[in-house]
Design a protein around this ligand. Structure first.
Ligand code: SF4
Length: 288
């Protein structure tokens, strides 16, 4: 598949965030070449690309590091602090999407934050082992954590639904490397994939995460909003139509509440910390 890479200049980069657990968000890119089939960003990051298929384009904000430096200095002048709250990389892209190897915008933004002496928490969430390239800069922060999305332990499942993202085994290896280097890590099990992540698979998944040094796990129920569904089901229809009914079955309060109980028990048994203390669920506004 050919990718369309557009270079662009952002007007702002250190954006206030409405995401749970973060005050600010930095997106050095808009769009994502990993093309996950369940991606919620596919709906919100495409206003400039209404007719392009998610996963085939990306906007590279070439001025992101310079702009970040200016915005941090401006805020510092106004608020006389070096802590503007928790900063999250990223909400409408993966900060270590493949072309980051060339453009290094995430790396340079981290460098800007480190040079500034940023005192808030930095959280990075990715599916790419490229994050380990930046261990040298990550070590300069007092409060930093790197999270990897782990939706299954099976590389075939990640290849199937996280089409162009690095395999889950590479992500687990990267988690281990970061942990060994003394960087705080966490895992994001989201979305909890219907059919692929069931009662039998949750315990081995948590055991594996603990084995690679993870102490905190975030969970999120799948968001089957009409727009996400349209793209995901179109794909499943083509690849494996039997899965559609499995996903439909999972979109009920009963299913979610049973899963919540099971997850809380499994986490408690292992002494793992649950992100936000609960399984996140973004309720579909069209559902009562
Ligand atoms: S890596 Fe994240 S932003 Fe990129 S397509 Fe997958 S879910 Fe979306």
């Amino acid at each position: 598949m050919t990718s369309k890479i557009n270079t662009t200049k952002a007007k702002s980069i250190f954006i206030k965030s409405g995401l749970p657990g973060s005050d600010r968000v930095i997106n050095p890119y808009n769009g994502c070449l990993f093309g996950c089939m369940y991606c919620y960003a596919a709906q919100i990051a495409r206003w400039k690309h209404p007719n392009e298929e998610w996963g085939t384009y990306i906007d590279v904000k070439v001025n992101a590091p310079e702009l970040l430096k200016i915005e941090l200095e401006k805020l510092n002048k106004k608020l006389k602090t070096k802590n503007f709250g928790s900063v999250f990389f990223s909400s409408v892209t993966d900060p270590y999407v493949s072309i980051e190897a060339k453009y290094k915008l995430t790396r340079k933004c981290l460098e800007v934050l480190a040079d500034f002496g940023y005192e808030g928490t930095i959280t990075i969430q990715t599916k790419s082992p490229l994050a380990t390239r930046d261990i040298d800069i990550l070590k300069r922060f007092k409060k930093v954590s790197v999270g990897f999305t782990i939706t299954s332990l099976d590389d075939d499942v990640s290849r199937f639904l996280e089409v162009n993202a690095p395999s889950v085994s590479l992500r687990l290896k990267a988690l281990m490397e970061l942990h060994k280097e003394g960087i705080d890590t966490y895992a994001f099990v989201g979305p909890i994939l219907p059919y692929f992540l069931n009662k039998e698979r949750i315990n081995p998944l948590l055991d594996k995460l603990q084995a690679v040094g993870v102490k905190e796990v975030w969970f999120e129920h799948i968001n089957l909003s009409p727009k996400i569904k349209a793209r995901l089901y179109q794909y499943l229809k083509k690849e494996d139509p039997t899965l559609i009914s499995e996903f439909e079955k999972a979109d009920t309060e009963e299913y979610r509440s049973e899963l919540n109980k099971m997850i809380h028990t499994a986490m408690r048994e292992r002494g793992l910390k649950m992100g936000l203390g609960k399984v996140i669920y973004h309720k579909n506004p069209l559902k009562k």
